[in-house]
Design a protein around this ligand. Structure first.
Ligand code: XMP
Length: 326
């Protein structure tokens, strides 16, 4: 009988048998998979687990707080947050090429995570404890895909928390290996993981770094974060979250257009809305959002985000367009 409760009971027993009394580390991205994997391991071995969140400064509004406050409050995990915003901005300085951005963000992520790992190992060692395990939120479709699937994997270099260093020092703990996404969500709810995390739509590992067409700067991130927060708020308010797979909001930082606001001419940037419907992200169609919702989003973004004077809608399916712009 498949129930979230049974899965939790089985996995808790399996995790305890695997880990014993060793210490274990988990990278928390803010996404569903790593959060539910961490919550399961926490349920099984409690304080033996230390979670690490690398704050690369490329998350959307409120997301780091969701992990830092809500997730910790509901699961009780030990969380270390590495504030590395400046480091990522410096590494991305002057970079405009999408693949280069992806590689830099992935590389810096691994370096920061390795530093954090080293600190945790040293701290545990000082107490005579060993850190031997690394939690990964690998799902069943990931297992199938990496077993020889080609797919679209080579179109963009992917970065996610699964893409961690091949460190032989650690043995992997993968409590979600037999589950599909909707099952992971059910398990997460049963474990009390906050609904905003459990029902979160897909979000790329390189974050807003690949939703700014052009160079990534602190100011541009702030502009995009404001526009994205408005779009998400209005989609939720209109009850449309269930209808869209995700809706990337993209800042065309290298493009400017002329506008008029109040009694003055503006020369600002466009924001692109990219709402898509999909089953598995391999193919997608653009979502026919109601005009009145698009209108509210457009009005609010151009009124409330000073750098933006135009909002455009992406009406391209995948293929030929990918879901993300970079
Ligand atoms: P594309 O743009 O390739 O995106 O059509 C397909 C899906 O993958 C997400 N995406 C990523 N997810 N790391 C991730 O974990 C990444 O580097 C990455 N790049 C794209 C994208 O949001 C969409 O859901």
């Amino acid at each position: 009988d498949w129930t979230p409760g049974n899965v939790i009971a089985d996995q808790v027993a399996a995790i305890r048998a695997q880990i014993g009394d060793a210490r274990v580390i988990c990278a928390l991205s803010g996404g569903v998979d790593s959060a539910v994997a961490a919550a399961l391991v926490q349920e099984a071995v409690g304080d033996q687990l230390t979670c690490v969140h690398v704050d690369h400064g490329l998350m959307r509004a409120g997301e780091v707080e969701q992990i830092e406050n809500d997730f910790v409050a509901s699961t009780g995990v030990n969380l270390v947050i590495r504030d590395e915003k400046e480091r990522f901005l410096a590494a991305l300085d002057g970079v405009r090429d999408p693949e280069t951005k992806r590689k830099i963000i992935g590389r810096e992520f691994i370096r920061v995570f390795e530093d954090a790992q080293r600190d945790i190992v040293a701290e545990a060692g000082a107490h005579g404890e060993q850190v031997r395990f690394l939690v990964q939120g690998t799902l069943y479709p990931d297992v199938v895909e990496s077993g020889g699937g080609e797919g679209a994997a080579n179109i963009k270099s992917h970065h996610n928390v699964g893409g961690l260093p091949d460190d032989l020092q650690f043995e992997l703990v993968e409590p979600l290996r037999t589950l599909f996404k909707d099952e992971v969500r059910a398990v997460g709810r049963e474990l009390g993981v906050p609904e905003e995390i459990v029902s979160r739509q897909p979000f790329p590992g390189p974050g807003l770094g690949i939703r700014i067409v052009g160079e990534v700067t602190a100011e541009r991130l702030e502009t995009l974060r404001k526009a994205d927060a408005i779009a998400r708020e209005e989609l939720t308010r209109a009850g449309l979250d269930g209808e869209i797979w995700q809706c990337p909001v993209v800042l065309l930082a290298d493009v400017r257009s002329v506008g008029v606001q109040g009694d003055g001419r503006t020369y600002g940037h466009p924001i692109v809305l990219r709402p898509v419907s999909s089953e598995d992200a391999m193919t997608a169609d653009w979502t026919r959002l109601p005009y009145d919702v698009l209108s509210v989003i457009s009005t609010r973004i151009t009124n409330e985000v000073s750098e933006v004077n135009r909002v455009v809608l992406d009406v391209t399916s995948k293929p030929p367009g990918t879901i993300e712009w970079e």
